[in-house]
Design a protein around this ligand. Structure first.
Ligand code: BGC
Length: 689
């Protein structure tokens, strides 16, 4: 029977409905069925959160919602689960939790009747001052990539597209719509792109959001090298690129974005995609229909992949935040809480021995989960347990909760930042690296009154901590989400053994931080910001310059104590084929069950170019019962040894000696080994960005 036979229900314009065809052919059939105007219509939204429908062909609008922290109220009118913010997930170093977070978020997105969630947000934490550090995961590209892949897989397992954002080099909020990140190819490839690359190649990410900023002079949304050559040609991305909201207004033209491979400009009519202008651009040959098809292909493909074309409309349920998700939010929050200091083993608190506990400080009762609070990542959950709520719930039955530290068995001081503009908030960068002076004074005064002072820092990133040595214990809770107070109490009481590790270096002083050499390196002159530090971001810089941070990358204490032994590097001389096995033993020699984050760093001291002394290349969060040991084995690939060479463009691993370091943080190395790479490796890649 010919495909045009009138008895064939899939004939002609409806051929795309034939489920027997593969998706690529269905997309081609749909493109063939769409008129030029329908195609142009699909290139921009119908309103703030929906794509345009094509009623003639029975294609409904697809709905997008903000993440990445949970399903946002402002895009669904639903109160979703407020998970801990991205940096807390980063501090968990737990890929399994990232996957479960993704799954729960995917499920809630679907229940809210949406198809795409705008997350994860995976820009690298280049400076503590970025207003969105709280949303991002880490300063390290490997940790970033591993968590991102798991998160994306979790979301997409629920037939919801994950939209990885903001592509690329969106590392500050100041002048985010105007500024161009002037960044070397090497730094892009080694630091800023790996999480996106892994999201696409390994996670199968279905959507990518182009950033507001420019990259080396061309706006990300019209940057063909980025959106086409690297993303699609090199990494094999088959999904769609959506602009960041309103970014297309600042673009040279709508056709420049479409030509570069942007599939969808949001939001709707505010994006400056005027039908009349676009028609004219096609008529005058400034936009070819093939370019239009090329950009739309990914959008249509995702519509098929998530069942949008074949399945009935998704009902938009209420009550999307389930008890299970809330329990998960608490688990993630607890897993991310990072204990920086615990002198004389003050923690965990023994609830049965406490008569009086003082709870003080401005963040004890502060709510952080409100609509648009902090910007687009704001989630409004059905409830929020503040630190004071959680502590009262856990200790209030046996002890009296007071606000005077004098005479209390312990004084818990909750300090930090908030999502107010100028703090941890989208649209503006942070104004201060120091905590407000009143908070520092409160910490010092409390510590002078009570020797058992515990500070809980609620913040989205590093602050100066010259007060830390005055107090017994310090916990960083980040923004721990709707169940955060309970998670804090879990750690304080020892119901949970802390296992969070810093995903960012905490500098002593802001000028120690590599992006803060001058105003031109941060925040730039409004037109350009110079990434002069190149690949030396975060601990890569602190290690190279031998600067002592307040607390190093990877640091975090436990109520247990872990012992490392028996490092074995499987080849003393390696050709670079297959994988290089590295194994060692870890034992929990404490008397509590707990998880250790084992970290493997690689150093290339004989390299022909300057390289960081160590770079994280593998890690695992391993739970061990008290007294239990485990043998851990990692396998390195040759790319783990490589640096990115700019001429010719490609990954280069040079023969010579490499160092392997196994540690409990980047500055607490427990085992050292070496091997020799005996072959020169070069893995070529495409054009410059
Ligand atoms: C943010 C994105 C967000 C979008 C939609 C933009 O301002 O940069 O992260 O997804 O708005 O709210």
């Amino acid at each position: 029977m010919s495909s045009h036979d009138s008895h064939d229900p899939h004939a002609g314009e409806q051929a795309f409905r034939n489920r027997g065809l593969d998706i690529g052919d269905r997309v081609s059939a749909l493109l063939a069925a769409l008129t030029l105007d329908e195609k142009l219509g699909l290139c921009s939204g119908r309103n703030f959160w929906e794509t345009r429908s094509v009623p003639r062909l029975g294609i409904r609008s697809m709905r997008l919602t903000d993440g990445p922290r949970g399903v946002a109220f402002h895009s669904t009118w639903r109160r979703g689960t407020a998970f801990p913010s991205g940096i807390a997930l980063g501090a968990s170093w737990d890929t399994d939790l990232a996957r479960r977070h993704g799954e729960a978020l995917g499920r809630e997105t679907r229940e809210a009747g949406a198809h795409v969630v705008l997350g994860p947000a995976v820009n690298l934490c280049r400076t503590p001052m970025c207003g969105r550090t709280f949303e991002y995961l880490t300063e390290d590209p490997h940790l970033n990539a591993r968590l991102t892949v798991s998160y994306v897989r979790g979301v997409q397992g629920e037939k919801v597209a994950a939209c990885v954002k903001h592509f690329a080099a969106n590392n500050q909020e100041s002048k985010r719509m105007q500024v161009s990140a002037q960044v070397s190819q090497r730094a892009l490839r080694e630091l800023y792109l790996p999480a996106f690359e892994a999201a696409v190649r390994e996670g199968g990410a279905q959507a990518v959001m182009s950033a507001y900023n420019g990259v080396n002079g061309t706006k990300a949304g019209e940057n063909e090298a980025l959106l086409w050559d690297v993303l699609r040609e090199e990494w094999g991305f088959e999904g769609f690129v959506v602009s960041d909201w309103f970014a297309a207004r600042k673009a040279t033209s709508a056709e420049a974005c479409i030509r570069a491979g942007m599939s969808l400009a949001m939001p709707g009519r505010w994006s400056r995609y005027r039908m009349r202008d676009l028609r004219e651009a096609v008529r005058r040959g400034r936009l070819h229909e093939e370019d239009l098809d090329r950009a739309l292909r990914g959008l249509l493909r995702v519509m098929f992949e998530i069942g949008h074309i074949d399945e009935p409309a998704r009902p938009r349920r209420r009550g999307i935040s389930t008890p299970d998700s809330q329990v998960l939010a608490r688990e993630i929050a607890a897993a991310g809480i990072t204990m920086l200091r615990n002198e004389a083993g003050l923690l965990p608190l023994d609830a049965s021995r406490l008569r009086k506990v003082a709870v003080l400080g401005p963040t004890a009762r502060q709510r952080n989960c409100l609509p648009l609070w902090g910007g687009s990542a704001g989630v409004w959950p059905p409830h929020e347990i503040t630190p004071a709520d959680g502590i009262r719930e856990a200790l209030g039955r046996s002890a009296e909760i007071v606000d005077d530290p004098a005479g209390a068995d312990a004084a818990i001081v909750c300090v930090g930042l908030s999502h107010r503009p100028g703090g941890d908030s989208e649209g503006v960068d942070r104004k201060h690296f120091d905590l407000p002076s009143a908070q520092v004074a409160l910490i010092r005064k409390t510590a002078a009154t009570n020797p058992n002072t515990i500070v809980i820092l609620v913040a989205g990133g590093p602050v100066s901590m010259d007060w830390a040595e005055d107090v017994s214990s310090v916990l960083v809770a980040w923004y721990p989400g709707m169940e955060g107070g309970r998670a804090i109490a879990d750690v304080l009481t020892g119901a949970v053994n802390p296992s969070g590790r810093l995903p960012v270096t905490f500098p002593r002083r802001l000028p120690d931080s590599p992006a803060h050499r001058s105003g031109r390196t941060f925040p730039g002159d409004g037109r350009e910001v110079l990434y002069q530090e190149g690949v030396f971001v975060g601990y890569r810089h602190f290690d190279r310059e031998d600067i002592a941070p307040s607390f190093p990358f990877g640091h975090g204490l436990s109520y247990s104590d872990f012992e490392y032994s028996d490092l074995q590097v499987e080849h003393a001389r390696w050709e670079g084929e297959g994988g290089l096995g590295v194994s060692f033993s870890v034992r929990n020699r404490g008397d509590r069950d707990g998880a250790e984050v084992v970290q493997l760093y690689v150093g290339d001291p004989e390299s022909s170019v300057p390289r960081p002394p160590r770079e994280l290349r593998a890690f695992e969060k391993r739970f061990l019962r008290a007294g239990e040991s485990a043998r851990i084995r990692f396998e390195l690939q040759v790319r783990d040894l490589a640096w990115f060479c700019e001429s010719p463009l490609g990954w280069r691993a040079e023969p010579g000696g490499f160092e392997i370091e196994i540690g409990s943080s980047s500055r607490d190395i427990r085992l050292r080994g070496r091997f020799e790479l005996v072959k020169d490796w070069f893995l070529a890649v495409g054009p410059t960005v």
